[in-house]
Design a protein around this ligand. Structure first.
Ligand SMILES: [Zn+2]
Ligand SMILES: [Zn+2]
Length: 231
């Protein structure tokens, strides 16, 4: 295949001939410590701590890795080459975290769990099939868990790139950018797992959850990310 010629199958870290990550380097993937998604203090099971829960909609987070070393390489690799293989590997590991989390396991068994992602603007939608990493990841995770993936919102307008903004500027930049779709078909009291590949402050996901919450305040939001960027 042409793809194999352009991007030969090597381990992303040690360059050994292997599928994206060799067994030795897989051992170098360290789990992220359990923290509150907002203030980043230790919190068991990644639950949002009591004081942050007062003004946040997202209740829990699942983080697999710190965004550095091997994990960073792996996620970057998924953006450019052998996307399907890497995404399916990441989705499988994320599925395992969901299945071994007591709360989520219960919701899975009761058919109350759904997967969604951060949408991109309609003008970018055409490319979304190939480039919206969080959508691909959400889809793959939904398949792994045998649950539906929901489209909950679309993006109203382009936002300025988040990259060079600080935390409060980021939040302002994101205000009101999502348009919520008709949610009448979504089960009452359902739990939505919002999927993303990498998070820094989590302001995008948080804003999306808040916007949806304004029209359906019975829904519960969890947050599942592959890695957290340290700052
Ligand atoms: Zn390796
Ligand atoms: Zn907190």
């Amino acid at each position: 295949m042409l793809l194999d010629l352009l991007f030969p199958r090597t381990c992303v870290w040690c360059w050994k001939k292997w599928e994206y990550l060799c067994p030795e380097c897989k051992k170098e993937l360290y789990s992220h410590p359990e923290i509150c998604p907002f203030c980043h203090q230790k919190s068991s099971d990644f639950q949002t701590c009591k004081s942050c829960a007062e003004n946040q909609v997202l209740q829990w987070i699942i983080i697999w890795f710190a965004y550095k070393w091997v994990a960073k390489k792996l996620i970057l690799k998924a953006k450019f080459a052998h996307k399907k293989d890497v995404i399916s590997f990441m989705a499988k590991r994320l599925a395992l975290l969901v299945q071994t989390n007591k709360q989520l396991k219960l919701k899975l068994e009761n058919f109350e769990l759904f997967v969604s992602y951060v949408p991109s603007h309609w003008r970018r939608r055409y490319y979304e099939k190939w480039y919206n990493q969080s959508m691909l990841l959400a889809k793959s995770l939904a398949n792994e868990l045998w649950i539906p993936m929901l489209e909950l919102a679309s993006k109203k307008s382009y936002t300025v790139s988040q990259l060079h903004l600080n935390r409060s500027e980021r939040q302002k930049n994101l205000k009101w950018v999502f348009r919520v779709w008709d949610l009448s078909q979504v089960l009452n009291w359902a739990t939505i797992l919002l999927v993303d590949d990498v998070t820094t402050t989590g302001s995008t996901l948080s804003e999306l959850a808040k916007t949806i919450h304004e029209s359906r305040n019975d829904l519960n939001f969890w947050w599942a990310v592959i890695a957290r960027n340290m700052w």
